[in-house]
Write a new protein. Structure first.
Length: 56
């Protein structure tokens, strides 16, 4: 029973984080949603994406 509770809370938390990112993007605020271990690669990829769109 405890495993189901933990999984449900984790899924809700991820859903809320995705909503936050979506809302930030709506206001033109770029954000990165990733695991901490992937932050460096994700940051570089996001930077290159923004630069390619000439948004800098």
């Amino acid at each position: 029973m405890e495993e189901i509770y933990i999984k449900t809370i984790a899924e809700q938390f991820l859903y809320e984080k995705k909503l936050i990112v979506k809302e930030l993007n709506r206001y033109g605020i770029h954000s990165i949603l990733c695991d901490p271990k992937d932050l460096t690669a994700s940051t570089i990829n996001k930077y290159l994406e923004i630069k390619a769109k000439q948004q800098l």
